[in-house]
Write a new protein. Structure first.
Length: 117
């Protein structure tokens, strides 16, 4: 399974971006897709996750500003980011994992989001 993320870039504070991640290869229902981010010199943090059933979970710092969604038919996950702040600057990576058999855990390459004026 390969994950391909896109949509990063430079945006001004208060602006918006939409990230996309496409999973190719065989994945199964009952998995969790999500976004994580890592700023320079910091640990990787949870941004948001969504189950195949549509249940979502968000990191505290993005609640109310970011929205995660997925298209199960296309094996894609999206992250709509609004009201962006400089502290949102990071490399954003997508992930798909399944906690029941067949278990798997795949990461995509990151996409850089820079929030700056």
């Amino acid at each position: 399974v390969q994950l391909q993320a896109s949509g990063g870039g430079l945006v001004q504070p208060g602006g918006s971006l939409r990230l996309s991640c496409a999973a190719s290869g065989r994945i199964f229902s009952g998995d969790i897709m999500g976004w994580y981010r890592q700023a320079p010199g910091k640990q990787r943090d949870l941004v948001a996750t969504v189950t195949s059933g549509g249940n979502t979970n968000y990191g505290d710092s993005v609640k109310g500003r970011f929205t995660i969604s997925r298209d199960n038919a296309k094996n894609m996950v999206f992250l709509q980011m609004n009201s962006l702040k400089p502290e949102d600057t990071a490399v954003y990576s997508c992930r798909v994992r399944r906690l029941i058999i067949p278990r798997y855990d795949y990461w995509g390459q990151g996409t850089l989001v820079t929030v700056s004026s």
